[in-house]
Ligand binder design. Structure first.
Ligand code: NAD
Length: 355
């Protein structure tokens, strides 16, 4: 075995359909008593219900979470938390809402403003100490242990309302975290175990969710997979796939989960020959010798968007994206070759199969 370093980031997980019933207990266990409930405008009904239920344990509601956490929104939420005397955040929603909770926690002393995350997508942010903030259109990401949620409640009931299209792309976004974790420079056997199990769970759950969106068993299986894949994202470094998606999202304002969905098979094909152990794991999961192609076909069967063109990226952006993705060096199992990456992006743009 290769030597490795493994650091465990402790988070308490309460898993199971109906587990939202334990919210008051979990706030008490955090030693908190005045939660600021966070959500997007689209999820204000469920968040309002939670704030009302919490009674005196709720300091108030901030319902303006949006994608990519603009600094202005983070500032407004932080000021509201301070004005209301909130001592923790209850973030109910996807990566955007949990990201807002992280932005508040980032500016408070360690462990003074714990986040209790209630994820309702499969993005996995609740399991990482990675935060993102967008200022003047530029998104910066970083890592800080203060932003790692202290408690996570996975309640599959809350994911029944996630539209099928977003369930598919969010699930494939989670698979991307684990797939890249399999060939991470700082990978380790523990994370590879979680990655394999997480991908297997999501690959089994997503077709069932497409067929029957309100199937609670399938929803719980997808959440389990998302938890494992998010843990991988939080523990090992990512490579070409995540870099490309970050560049495409930031430069062309493309939707997060959909971009991951389209790019992943192509990024895996690019790295395949340089990451044989990762490909062996993925082949085992998908029962196919070409896992990049298997993922491409799975995404098509699930009705995912087929191409970057379909997401609204202009064709003229392909060369610019290739430049941006290769101008600052970063680790990847295969060296970053500008022309090969431009070709990868062209295939992703047109929706051709990965090669
Ligand atoms: P999102 O949080 O932006 O949610 C998309 C939309 O779906 C929102 O309108 C939301 O309110 C709605 N929604 C969420 N759950 C729902 C449900 N169960 N029913 C109905 N509607 C629901 O989407 P996302 O993909 O979860 O998060 C994307 C953001 O998270 C990006 O900004 C990305 O960079 C970030 N992210 C961060 C990390 C990290 O580790 N820091 C990890 C993954 C994603």
């Amino acid at each position: 075995m290769n030597p490795f370093t493994y650091t465990s980031a402790a988070a308490r997980v309460v898993f199971g359909a109906g587990s939202l019933q334990h919210l008051e207990r979990e706030i008490d266990l955090l030693g908190a008593s005045r939660a600021l409930v966070l959500c997007t405008p689209e999820q204000v009904d469920i968040a309002t219900g939670i704030a009302q239920r919490l009674g005196s344990r709720a300091a108030g509601l901030f319902s303006q979470a949006v994608m990519h956490v603009p600094v202005e929104t983070a500032r407004a939420a932080r000021e509201q938390a301070r004005a209301l005397g909130a001592d923790c955040a209850v973030a109910i929603g996807g990566g955007s809402t949990i990201g807002l909770g992280k932005a508040i926690a980032l500016e408070t002393p360690a462990r003074e403003f714990p986040i209790l995350a209630i994820p309702t997508t499969y993005a996995g942010s609740e399991m990482t100490s990675i935060y993102g903030l967008t200022e003047a259109g530029v998104k910066k990401t970083g890592k800080d242990v203060r932003v790692l949620p202290r408690t996570v409640i996975y309640d599959a009931d809350l994911t029944l309302s996630l539209p099928v299209g977003l369930s598919v792309t969010s699930g494939l976004n989670a698979i991307a975290h684990a797939a890249e974790g399999l060939y991470a420079q700082d990978g380790n056997p523990i994370m590879s175990l979680l990655a394999e199990e997480g991908i297997r769970a999501l690959a089994a759950a997503l077709p069932r969710i497409v067929q029957e969106p309100r199937n609670l068993e399938a929803r719980a299986l997808a959440q389990y997979g998302a938890w494992l894949c998010g843990t991988v994202l939080g523990n090992v470094g990512m490579a070409l796939h995540h870099k490309l998606c970050h560049t495409l999202g930031g430069s062309f304002n493309l939707p997060h989960a959909e971009t991951h969905t389209v790019v992943l098979p192509h990024a895996l094909a690019y790295n395949a020959a340089a990451a044989p152990e990762a490909m062996a794991v993925l082949s085992r999961v998908f029962g196919r010798s070409d896992p990049a192609r298997a993922l491409y076909e799975l995404a098509a069967r699930l009705g995912a968007p087929p191409s970057l063109a379909a997401l609204g990226m202009p064709e003229s952006g392909i060369e610019r994206a290739a430049d941006l993705a290769t101008q600052n060096p970063y680790w990847n199992p295969r060296p970053l070759e500008r022309e090969a990456i431009a070709a990868l992006l062209r295939r992703a743009w047109t929706g051709q199969p990965p090669t």
